[in-house]
Design a protein around this ligand. Structure first.
Ligand SMILES: [Zn+2]
Ligand SMILES: [Zn+2]
Ligand SMILES: [Zn+2]
Ligand SMILES: [Zn+2]
Length: 358
């Protein structure tokens, strides 16, 4: 008789301490831990402490369509349906909701800003900051090419951590516009005809982001360059003809806890409605609103209170051997909790920006 099969009939021994999946054999649990990259940075159910890959899966766990019954019951009386935390009582929930659900950003500022060039970008020469400064970028595109489907940047906006506009302008296109997409962009030919040329916009934004640091030097953390926040920044930067180091980019379309699945992003409109509690992009779209939304999402994610670890990433050299094949025998003897203790995240959690890791 196989001795191991008797041992593994004690099912709780092989239950993942993070997602509670059950395995028949310890080696399968070890395999699961090796590939799932569970960590303290994953969204967690405030009732059963289960860890989820994303806020979307935590939402399913708590709200449905097929929620975990015990958790859903508690959540329905004192859970916040925006940030998904559980409060002590229905009373503290009411207090909390007032702060958690944000009002729509001030429409007056944005409509004023949309009229003219706004240029408040300064390079700071001052002393080193403990946390790098953060700016949000958003663009609005008009159409080019024969069928009007080629995206051309026509408006750009850059805001700081306090939603102040640092830079905002219409952009003069470098190729002919064949579809102004007026219903969503609000852009008319006269807005961009004599606007700031793309090259100039590019240079201004690049200088501001690098903040006096040569681009080649922005390879390590702790420099003067600014963190860039946005939604789908690859596309925005592409349309602006710019490059910026991945290390300095915080993209709400690519941050695993905010994604729909491991491959699919949520729209910024959906994220803003669901995780901030206000509406954007309801008619003519203002890039200022997109900046404010992505910045607020970033700030919420950055302020998550996760335990500090010395080497938080699975890719940190110190963690290279945590689940190495040659440690298999040792790993199979460890408890599910101990396996979780050595497991590390495969993505950079934004809470690390505040912990001085960046
Ligand atoms: Zn698991
Ligand atoms: Zn974290
Ligand atoms: Zn739960
Ligand atoms: Zn909340």
């Amino acid at each position: 008789m196989d001795y191991r099969s008797i041992e593994s009939s004690d099912s709780s021994r092989n239950k993942c301490a993070a997602c509670y999946r059950q395995f028949n054999r310890k080696e399968h649990l070890v395999d699961h831990m090796r590939t799932s990259f569970h960590s303290v940075h994953e969204p967690m159910c405030g009732v059963c402490k289960k860890r989820c890959r994303s806020f979307e899966s935590l939402r399913e766990h708590l709200i449905g369509p097929l929620p975990k019954v015990e958790c859903a019951k508690i959540f329905s009386t004192r859970g916040c349906n925006i940030c998904l935390t559980i409060l002590d009582s229905p009373y503290t929930l009411r207090m909390h909701r007032g702060a958690c659900q944000l009002p729509r950003p001030n429409g007056l500022i944005s409509s004023m800003a949309s009229m003219k060039i706004y240029d408040n970008m300064k390079i700071d020469n001052g002393r080193e900051r403990t946390t790098p400064s953060v700016v949000a970028l958003a663009c609005k595109m008009v159409g080019g090419g024969n069928d009007g489907t080629l995206d051309i940047c026509a408006r750009v906006c850059l805001t700081d951590e306090h939603d102040n506009i640092m830079f905002q302008t219409y952009v003069k296109p470098h190729i002919p516009v064949t579809n102004y997409r007026f219903e969503t962009t609000g852009v008319r030919p006269e807005n961009i005809r004599d606007a700031m040329p793309l090259k100039q916009v590019q240079r201004k934004i690049q200088d501001f982001l690098c903040n006096g640091e040569p681009v080649w030097k922005i390879r390590s953390r702790g420099g003067k360059a600014r963190i860039l926040v946005g939604h789908g920044l690859d596309h925005d930067l592409d349309c602006l003809g710019m490059e910026y180091p991945a290390l300095m980019i915080r993209d709400t379309a690519k941050y695993p806890p905010l994604m729909k699945t491991s491959k699919l992003s949520n729209s910024l409109k959906y994220l803003t409605h669901t995780y901030l509690g206000f509406e954007i992009q309801t008619g003519i779209q203002d890039p200022y609103e997109d900046c404010v939304s992505t910045m607020k999402l970033y700030m919420r994610m950055r302020s998550q209170n996760h335990k500090l670890e010395h080497y938080p990433l699975a890719s940190d050299p110190q963690n290279r051997n945590n689940f190495a094949q040659w440690r298999e025998a040792e790993l199979e003897k460890m408890s599910p909790d101990d396996l979780l203790v050595v497991s590390r995240s495969d993505y950079y959690c934004w809470c690390l920006d505040l912990k001085g890791y960046a």
